[in-house]
Design a protein around this ligand. Structure first.
Ligand code: IPE
Ligand code: IPE
Ligand code: MG
Length: 241
């Protein structure tokens, strides 16, 4: 395994996306409940994002809850929403001490009203932060994002704010939840699943994909260094930094 020493610090990925998968299997392996797995996963999100910020990576996008995740048992969904409330509250509380700008991507109208309010507060109080730009995907689906973007473009066409001939890739990018930020250079998915599960379908067009067997709660900084090292060995086709 490669370590921190092997990394080329002048060529870090500018944007890292992570599908944080395997909380349930991590719990099973340790004879714990799935909810304990989710709590461990949430703790690891805090650890890893803090470190990514410290490394000087500009953007990170993490998949926390998909549009498909509503189909899980109600108890599990409720627990995940509870964890989300705790996360938002904690980060609103300690925003002064952190230099991370947070943006939530996904369809937030389906989230509980108190959560929507907390999201607006966290986004607002972190909007001028100059460190890591962290996007958290909540009730996010790549197809849903594209549908909502097309609806917004359609509306602007009807209102003559856009003309048909203007629509190109650059314009479409501006209508996505991830507007204004560069596409991920590196996507990491934990837990051995080798699929995208509806994550950032537009944005990952030329991203380097990295899959690891590690379950998300076990994914450590050494694993992140390994992923970055492997990324740096690849010859990129487009979007190279
Ligand atoms: C990822 O872990 C967390 C969420 C999807 C919310 P999982 O809950 O999918 O864990 P596995 O895949 O069942 O192990
Ligand atoms: C993807 O993981 C979503 C998140 C990590 C939030 P899932 O565990 O929900 O994906 P599938 O169902 O295995 O494709
Ligand atoms: Mg899973």
């Amino acid at each position: 395994m490669n370590t921190k020493r092997d990394i080329d610090w002048d060529h870090l990925p500018n944007h890292i996306a992570i599908i944080m998968d395997g909380n349930g299997r991590w719990a099973q392996k340790h004879n714990k409940s799935r909810t304990e797995g989710h709590r461990a996963g949430s703790d690891n999100l805090e650890t890893i994002t803090k470190e990514i910020n410290r490394l000087g990576v500009s953007y990170a996008t993490v998949y926390a809850f998909s549009t498909e995740n509503w189909k899980r048992p109600k108890g599990e969904v409720d627990f995940l929403m509870g964890l989300l409330r705790q996360y938002l509250k904690k980060h609103i509380h300690q925003a002064k001490k952190e230099n991370v700008k947070v943006r939530i991507i996904g369809e937030r109208k389906q989230l509980a009203e108190d959560i929507q309010k907390q999201i607006l507060i966290l986004e607002d109080i972190t909007k001028d932060k100059t460190g890591l730009f962290l996007q958290i995907a909540l009730n996010y689906g790549g197809r849903d994002e594209l549908v909502r973007s097309m609806q917004k473009i359609g509306q602007d066409l009807l209102n003559n704010k856009v003309v048909l001939d203007d629509i190109n890739e650059e314009i479409i990018q501006k209508y996505l939840d991830t507007a204004e930020i560069p596409d991920p250079d590196l996507l990491i998915r934990t837990s051995g699943e080798i699929r995208l599960s509806n994550f950032l379908l537009w944005q990952l067009a030329y991203t380097e994909l990295y899959f690891t067997e590690k379950y998300w709660p076990d994914f450590s900084m050494d694993d992140l260094y390994e992923a970055i090292y492997q990324f740096q060995q690849r010859k990129r086709r487009f979007g190279a930094i």
